[in-house]
Design a protein around this ligand. Sequence first.
Ligand SMILES: Nc1ncnc2c1ncn2[C@@H]1O[C@H](COP(=O)(O)OP(=O)(O)OP(=O)(O)O)[C@@H](O)[C@H]1O
Length: 351
Amino acid sequence: MIKLSHIEKTYEGPDGPVPALKGIDLTIEKGEIYGIIGLSGAGKSTLIRCINMLERPTSGKVIVDGQDLTEMDAAQLREARKNIGMIFQHFNLLSSATVYDNVAFPLRLAKMPEDKIREKVEPLLALVSLSDKANQYPSQLSGGQKQRVGIARALASEPKVLLSDEATSALDPQTTKAILQLIRDINKKLGLTVVIITHEMQVIKDICDKVAVIENGVIVEQGPVLDVFVTPKQPITKDFISVLMSNELPVAFRDAEISQEPFEGAQLLVRLTFLGESADDPVIAGLIRKFPIEVSILYGNLDHIKDTPYGRLLIGITGQQSDIDAAMEYLRQRDLRIEFIGYAEKKYLHA
Ligand SMILES: Nc1ncnc2c1ncn2[C@@H]1O[C@H](COP(=O)(O)OP(=O)(O)OP(=O)(O)O)[C@@H](O)[C@H]1O
C-alpha cells in the first residue's frame, strides 16, 4: 500500500544543511498498523509527512496505493491526498467551528452538497462516539474527545491510509488506551492501513503489527512487533523495550555475584519468554518431572503484544551439573526464548 524508496530529506537550516532522512526504504502492506519509533529529532515527523507530501523529499520515491506522489503536480496531489487521512498530536481543529463543522470541513472543501455531507458526518460522529457533541466547540471538549474529532475528520474523505503523528502524546494513559482502541477498531472495520509515529514503545506494543526503529534519519531495525520485542538487535531498540520489559533481576539478587561458570552450591538463573501458543506449554512441570532438579520461580509476569499473550519467568535451577545441562537442552527444544543469566549462590534462592 505504501512504498518509500531511498527517501532523503535535507532541510536548509540557518547553520547549513540538516540531513533529516538519509535513505529510507520502507514497505507497508494494506491493512497493516505500522509503527515508527524513534527519539526526538530522529526524523519521525519528517518521515510521516513525506508519506502525504506535506514535506517533499529531497530525493526518492513515495508510492501510495500504486501512485507515485513525487511525480504529481499540485492538482493531482490534492486528489491523491484524499486517500490519506492524518491526525496530529495537537489535534489541529478549527476552534471557531463546531464538532460537526470540523468533520464536515474537508467535505465542504471538496464542494460536496450539504445533504450528502450530513449523510457522511453523522455516521462518523457515531463511529467515534461523539454524536451528542455535534454542536459543541473544541474548547468544550477533553483531549480525548478532540482527538476523536480529529479522527472523524481524517476519515471524512474515506481514505485508505491513516497517518498518526504522535496522536496520543498529549493524552493521559487511560485516554491513550481508548484512542488506540478506536484506531484498532477502525483499522479492522474499514480495513484501513495505519502508520503511527511515536516515541513510546507502549503504543507500538498495544496496536502495531510491524515496527521500524529510526535513529538519526536511518531505519536501524524493522520487522513484526513480536520478533522485535523478543529479539531486539540494536542498542536503541533494546533501550525502548527495556522501559516495558525490565531485564533487571529481583531485588534479592541486587548484591549477588553472577558467574558465567558453575560453582559449588550455585543455582542457574534462566529467563524464559513464552509467546502465544507456547504460553500453554507446561514447561516447568515437564522440567521437574523429567529431571532430578529443583526449580524455583523467582519472578513472573504476563502481558500482551497486540493480541498475542506473552509471559516471562525467571527461574533458578539447582541440582547436579549434568542434570542442569540436560534440563537446559530440554528447554532449548521448547518453543520459547531462553536467556542464560548465570550462576548465583543458592542463598539467594529463598531471599
Ligand atoms: N523545517 C525544518 N528546518 C530545519 N530543520 C528541520 C526542520 N524540521 C525538522 N528539522 C530537523 O530535522 C531533524 C528531524 O526532525 P523531525 O521533526 O522529523 O524529528 P522527530 O523524530 O519527529 O522529532 P520529535 O519527536 O522531537 O518531533 C531534526 O534534526 C530537526 O531539527
